[in-house]
Ligand binder design. Structure first.
Ligand code: NIG
Ligand code: FE
Length: 421
């Protein structure tokens, strides 16, 4: 007996990987399309994937007729800063009137504005705000979300942020992957005490995070005005000793060697990469690091979009994420990022689907159970109110999602859908 069967699915996009951890280069265009397909779920796992006439729907607790609909793997948003207090619409208005992101940061605004608001917020408040944002993520189809610290930037508040993330893991149905980003920027109160701040990260924060298992990854913002390549290397080496893998904010504003470093430390993901050098590209390829592109940041900051062709044609695995945060991309809408990737980053429709599913899961080292619809994998899937997946990307700025299944459970469903079945 199956728990749940989707049948008559007009387009079932499996992103089947046949055991591969990620899809690189041209393989990103292989998305395993099945017309008139079915998916069966038992005990939270996928038990059948194939043609509709290959399964008996009477042998299920519940069956959903997906005629005219598209089914995809649950999206994985592999880069967010969802835990924070205070919004920054004032700074946004300044930017719209002509100031740059860097000017605002140099004025004591930017990340430090959010640090001040986050430090004075209680864990209960931070949890409440983040739960709303996770609802928003889920509403657009993200069933797994990475969340970084990085707005505490002192011992007490970085730990507080990661404790909030742990609380969210208990409270929200979205699967959450925690990342420690104590090296996000030098906080305002350590402005002239850079060495002291680095020592704090290395000798106090990281050991505590490692000891308590509060994060799976360590991230560093490698950039002029944030951290140097050598500082970041020291942090990543210490993190690895403590059991944390690396992911890097690299080459966002300048080609500063961030991607090369990501390769050197075998980072699971190098993110942003708007200004990556050819040398950086080669390093990422040699280390199997996923290149995570963030089109929402380019849109929000009015910058040039990264050219995904450079990465994919060089044989890399590309992922797309939101970077949801109050300063450089105030949006949880992964569907919008997919449309931006199509219109502004020269990605094909197939590549985009792989980028928000299997490859994003790979960047979180979870593609063995997430990111595709294959027998044995965790049953995370989405049903959209459109007859083909192209329509999701093409008809942009609206939400096409109808039903979300997480770990085999229907966790979101448009009310009329069940009324009609
Ligand atoms: O990923 N690049 C650095 N950090 C964030 C922005 C954080 C903020 O402005 O609050 C990012 O874009
Ligand atoms: Fe970020």
């Amino acid at each position: 007996m199956m728990d749940l069967i989707f049948y008559n699915i007009s387009q079932l996009v499996t992103v089947a990987a046949d055991g591969a951890k990620r899809k690189e280069g041209a393989a990103m265009r292989e998305i395993g399309l099945i017309e008139d397909g079915a998916v069966a779920i038992r005990d939270g796992r996928i038990a059948y994937v194939g043609p509709s006439d290959g399964i008996d729907i009477s042998k299920a607790e519940r069956s959903i007729n997906a005629f005219g609909k598209t089914v995809l793997p649950g999206f994985v948003d592999s880069h967010t800063h969802l835990v924070f207090a205070g919004a920054r619409e004032g700074e946004f208005a300044r930017r719209i009137a002509g100031a740059t992101y860097a000017e605002i940061a140099a004025d004591g605004g930017g990340i430090n504005t959010t640090v001040k608001a986050t430090r004075v917020a209680s864990k209960v408040e931070l949890t409440e705000y983040a739960l709303h944002r996770l609802d928003s993520c889920l509403g657009f189809g993200s069933t797994t979300v990475e969340i970084k610290s990085g707005y505490g930037l002192d011992f007490e508040n970085e730990i507080k942020m990661l404790e909030v993330v742990r609380e969210l893991q208990e409270l929200h149905v979205v699967e959450i992957v925690p990342t420690f980003l104590g090296a996000h920027t030098i906080p305002f109160d350590y402005k002239d005490r850079r060495e002291e701040y680095l020592t704090l990260v290395l000798d106090r924060m990281l050991p505590e995070v490692g000891r308590r298992g509060l994060a799976q990854y360590c991230d560093v913002f490698v950039e002029r005005g944030a951290f140097t390549v050598e500082e970041a290397r020291t942090i990543f080496l210490r993190a690895r000793e403590l059991g944390l893998k690396a992911r890097v904010h690299a080459d966002q504003i300048t080609p500063g060697g961030g991607a090369e470093l990501a390769g050197d430390v075998f980072a699971s993901s190098a993110d942003h990469l708007d200004h990556i050098s050819d040398n950086g590209l080669a390093h990422l390829r040699d280390s199997n690091t996923v290149a995570t592109l963030l089109p929402g940041v380019s849109l929000f900051l009015g910058e040039q979009f990264p050219d995904a062709r450079r990465f994919i044609d060089a044989g890399l695995a590309v992922a797309i994420a939101t970077d949801a945060n109050p300063g450089s991309c105030m949006s949880e809408n992964i569907q919008l990022m997919m449309s931006l990737a199509a219109t502004r980053m020269r990605m094909t429709m197939e590549e985009i689907v792989t980028a928000v599913t299997l490859n994003a899961a790979a960047s979180l080292d979870r593609s063995d159970i997430l990111g595709s619809i294959e027998v044995g994998k965790q049953a995370d899937l989405l049903m959209f109110d459109v007859p083909n997946y192209h329509r999701i990307i093409y008809h942009f700025g609206v939400n096409h999602l109808n039903t979300v299944v997480k770990r085999g459970q229907v966790v979101m469903e448009k009310s009329y859908a069940s009324a009609r079945d």
